[in-house]
Design a protein around this ligand. Structure first.
Ligand code: UDP
Length: 233
């Protein structure tokens, strides 16, 4: 298989169908825009499974995505998209960079979600931007931006409920969107403990990548716990 792209946590391979790609999940982990590097044992296997389960739930509820199917332990089949150079961050509780930026204690609840967009640009460290920047820099059209915010709101509501039934608070998460060949925008990339903050509802224990970012230990166990709650096994 021809490697098309290698990112921090995944590899993308071509398939015989030019409209489809294979996403291969690695165990590599990075944080702080690549400054901290490491591996989390079995992370690729866990995130492949976790992301597939979350995508299937979202698709069952009408969210359009690039996901086709799980192929094996580490690989998924997906439609090929051009990823928009935007990261959409949704916050339900203040944490991470928002806690630091606004000097609000981590864990502070907010009455309505905050939606942020960041420009995917490694050299600049993915800066937070306003809609006007996205339009002026031609990162997305006005219609695409409106659709992305609408979908993010829908996905947030669905995911809050989904995780709530498993005793997990969805603190914040990052989404990416891509353009299909016909121009349609769909949800793309993974949704996993690498891209969400997930806290146990009872104890507030962190069950996500912050365990790696902040050297809290028991990282693989936390990812396992998320999969266990998703599958009930
Ligand atoms: N996030 C991500 N990739 C990024 C930046 C953030 O998946 O490149 C996720 C992160 O896991 C968290 C949410 O987006 O769930 C908000 O992250 P934040 O802006 O607080 O940044 P961080 O504290 O991770 O630097």
């Amino acid at each position: 298989m021809k490697l098309l792209y290698e990112g921090k946590a995944k590899q993308i391979y071509a398939t015989d169908d030019q409209n489809q790609i294979i996403i291969h999940y690695k165990d590599d982990a990075t944080a702080g825009n690549g400054v901290k590097k490491g591996t989390i044992e079995n992370k690729g296997i866990l995130n492949n499974k976790i992301s597939a389960l979350i995508y299937m739930y979202l698709m069952k509820h009408g969210v359009k995505t690039h996901f086709i199917k799980e192929l094996n332990e580490r690989d998924q089949l997906a439609y090929k998209v051009d990823i928009l150079p935007l990261e959409v961050i949704c916050r339900n509780v203040i944490a991470g960079s928002a806690a630091a930026r606004y000097k609000i204690p981590e864990g502070t609840k907010i009455d309505q979600p905050i939606y942020e967009i960041c420009w995917k640009n490694d050299d600049l460290g993915d800066p937070l931007i306003a809609d006007n920047h996205a339009l002026a820099f031609k990162l997305a059209t006005k219609e695409e931006l409106a659709y992305i915010y609408e979908e993010t709101d829908k996905i947030n509501k669905l995911l809050i409920e989904f995780f709530k039934t498993m005793g997990i608070n969805l603190i914040d998460f990052k989404l990416e969107f891509g353009r299909l060949k016909d121009g349609q925008i769909v949800l793309a990339d993974e949704i996993s403990p690498d891209t969400c903050r997930l806290w146990d509802s009872q104890t507030n224990e962190k069950l996500d990548k912050d365990r790696f970012r902040r050297d809290l230990g028991n990282i693989e166990e936390a990812y396992h716990e998320i999969l266990k709650r998703l599958t009930g096994k």
